[in-house]
Design a protein around this ligand. Structure first.
Ligand code: UT7
Length: 328
């Protein structure tokens, strides 16, 4: 079958209204604005209210992406949502988006790959388009991380945050706009970055909830080392696959994980920090939503032009990693 290209024709994002500054967190945690800013690059982030859930952010983000692409809800034939914090175990967030936006012609499903989710999802969606199986695919990354973060654990509470981003994918002329390379990998591990209870191995019980087993456990140092190495390797490996030099990248939209991780990784690959789009200072680490929100903010900041080489890079729980290189 002759492959066609794929184009990202619209983006959108939605952050919760509630802004939480480092000063706010310092009131209840043994931490400080100075520590958080210097160790992570995060100055503030957005937290969902108790009555808000992941689809409350996914729906406006998706609506904005459709508007930007000039598409109607009827045009969408596939909706894919990356999340590890769905509103409920069943139905999917994709199904809730389908209902609220009236995507009457769409099928779809959720993808859980922790922080790597959106990059995996935009790759999957792109391949539906490239194979001709989808003509208009809505891809979303959405999280309410604060539901699985222990507010009393300073190791994780200062990093993670909530929100959603979305993009519309459509066919394009091959050789003009396309997904030109990807990389992905797994190193199965349930000790470095994981949630102990709430799944089928350890269903939630009052005892497990009292022990805080519903919350993310993260070995910060190990995750940090894994992230720097993986990030750097993904940039070089993906560029090699596409036959381009890292210096040719117009923009890298990375998982907004930690400013120091991004700085250390770009130093190892010879690209400049300015090529990386960063919104971590005001958005924090929103896991599967992170690259999706950053993409929309980069588009709004006019950082991406037709023909640009645009690289998405993410890594996280799994352990997992993924990249996707687009000719915009
Ligand atoms: O998105 C999913 C993937 N996640 C990541 O990739 C996260 C990767 N890891 C990180 O970003 C960093 O490891 C952290 C930001 C989590 C921690 O920074 P670090 O520079 O690696 O700090 P550390 O864990 O080595 O801790 C250094 C010190 C410790 O105190 P002692 O033992 O030296 O007395 C910690 O207890 O900093 C302490 N500490 C804090 N102090 C104030 C840890 N968290 C905090 C905090 N405020 N929030």
């Amino acid at each position: 079958m002759k492959l066609i290209g794929v184009q990202i024709t619209g983006t959108g994002s939605c952050l919760p209204e509630q802004v939480v500054t480092n000063e706010d967190l310092s009131k209840n945690l043994d931490t400080s604005d100075e520590w958080i800013l210097s160790r992570t690059g995060i100055g503030e982030r957005r937290f969902a209210r108790p009555d808000e859930a992941t689809s409350d952010f996914a729906i406006p983000a998706a609506r904005a992406a459709l508007e930007a692409a000039g598409k109607t809800p009827e045009d969408v034939d596939l909706v894919l949502c990356a999340t590890m914090t769905p509103d409920m175990v069943m139905p999917t967030v994709s199904a809730l988006v389908q209902r609220e936006l009236g995507l009457v012609n769409a099928g779809g499903y959720d993808i859980n790959s922790a922080c790597t989710g959106f990059v995996q999802t935009i790759t999957a969606g792109s391949n539906y388009i490239r194979s001709g199986l989808s003509k208009c695919c809505l891809v979303i990354g959405a999280e309410t991380m604060t539901r699985i973060i222990d507010p009393a654990n300073r190791n994780t509470a200062v990093i993670f945050a909530d929100g959603a981003g979305a993009a519309v994918l459509e066919p394009a002329e091959a050789g003009v706009s396309d997904l030109i390379a990807m990389s992905a990998g797994l190193k199965g591990d349930d000790e470095v970055l994981f949630v102990p209870a709430g799944g089928s191995r350890k269903p939630l019980t009052p005892e497990r909830i009292a022990a805080g087993e519903q919350y993310v456990v993260m070995k910060g140092r190990e995750t940090f080392r894994f992230a720097v190495k993986t990030f750097a390797r993904l940039i070089t490996e993906t560029c090699e696959k596409a036959g381009v030099a890292p210096s040719e990248l117009a923009i890298v939209v990375p998982h907004q994980v930690n400013m120091r991780i991004i700085e250390a990784a770009v130093e190892r690959t010879g690209i400049t920090k300015e090529v990386c789009f960063l919104n971590i200072a005001t958005v924090g680490n929103t896991s599967a939503a992170s690259v999706a929100i950053a993409l929309d903010h980069a588009v709004k900041a006019d950082r991406i032009q037709r023909g640009d080489l645009v690289l998405f890079v993410a890594f996280g729980g799994g352990l997992s990693w993924a990249s996707a290189l687009f000719r915009w």
